[in-house]
Design a protein around this ligand. Structure first.
Ligand SMILES: [Zn+2]
Length: 329
């Protein structure tokens, strides 16, 4: 019998990663090997369907490397940056870092990308082959399956990276919402318009004072006059004045994240939150105690019984997101 495969696709604002895993009877898991994995810069020019066509081409190329064809791919799991737009039951991508028609940040006039429609047309040989989730929801699913959120029914995965995203689980159910955008809490407003030397801190979404504009990796240079990397290094400096100055900034960042996590918990009554993303992961010794203290200093009835922990899958959580999307019933 011909071998069959699942395709795992990770769509980010800067790159797209595609890999294949054998569709065996054994459950897919944290130790499943990703085959023929390759990465390309995210296509942001050409016709409106350039990105889904790029994904189809990358899946075909991965198949060719394994001497297989697209017909042998029986499922496509997609973990994508958002936001999404639900158009007649199918997901379109309206990410501001890819669609130039909305933000003007990129060199195209796309208002949305017909992601699900175009991919479904390429995989008609299997019914319901294509499954798309927001990347934070995909990471949440991976953490629930294999990571730090195993056994939890009321939980969130929070990524603190270039941007900020969350995946939410309440009463054992993943929250999605009307456009599958539940968890885009990086765009919740947590503070005032901070500015440095008259520069307003504005998020790519247009908001002023939202979490992303205040603490995301992309905002640190504008807020503090140094990159996140330099700031974290300064916070570990042996020079006392340098260290204390940087730690003040680190405290301000953690206060922003603590407000967001407290608000989530007060709204959703969570038991466990797993934190990942490159900003958090590489600096967790500095950030985690401060975030915990900030959250726990607030209304105890909301925060007692809440654990805030590092992601069990670490930086691999993104890789396993698309696999976890495929494993959903
Ligand atoms: Zn925003």
């Amino acid at each position: 019998m011909e071998k069959t495969y699942y395709a795992c696709v990770d769509i980010g604002g800067t790159k797209v990663a595609v890999s294949l895993v054998p569709a065996t009877s054994a459950p897919l898991g944290q130790h499943t090997r990703l085959l023929a994995q390759h990465t390309e810069p995210t296509l942001k020019t050409g016709p409106r369907d350039a990105l889904p066509q790029q994904i189809i081409r990358m899946v075909d190329a991965a198949c060719a490397r394994l001497q297989a064809t697209r017909q042998q791919v029986i499922g496509v799991g997609i973990s994508s940056c958002g936001p999404f737009l639900n158009v007649q039951g199918q997901i379109e991508l309206v990410a501001s870092n890819i669609c130039g028609g909305k933000s003007g940040f990129t060199d195209n006039d796309w208002h949305s990308i017909p992601l699900e429609r175009v991919l479904c047309e390429a995989f008609t040989h299997v019914p319901a082959a294509v499954r798309i989730e927001n990347d934070a929801i995909a990471a949440l699913l991976a953490e629930v399956q294999w990571g730090a959120l195993q056994g939890a029914s009321h939980a969130a995965y929070v990524t603190w990276s270039t941007g900020i995203g969350m995946g939410l689980l309440v009463d054992g159910r993943v929250l999605r919402g009307k456009n599958n955008n539940a968890g885009h809490a990086g765009h919740m407003v947590v503070g005032d318009d901070l500015s440095r030397q008259g520069l307003p801190l504005k998020c790519g979404c247009g908001n002023v004072g939202d979490l992303q504009s205040q603490i995301a990796g992309v905002s640190m240079l504008q807020r503090f006059g140094m990159t996140g990397l330099d700031l974290m290094q300064a916070a570990k400096s042996s020079d006392k004045a340098t260290r204390e100055h940087a730690l003040e900034h680190v405290g301000a960042l953690c206060e922003g994240m603590a407000r967001a996590i407290y608000n989530l918990t007060a709204t959703l009554d969570l038991e466990r939150i797993s934190l990942g993303g490159s900003v958090f992961w590489h600096n967790q010794d500095l950030l985690l105690p401060r975030i915990r203290a900030g959250v726990m200093s607030r209304f105890p009835a909301m925060t007692e019984g809440l654990d805030i922990v590092p992601a069990g899958l670490g930086l691999d959580v993104a890789n396993y997101g698309a696999l976890a999307v495929l494993m959903q019933a």
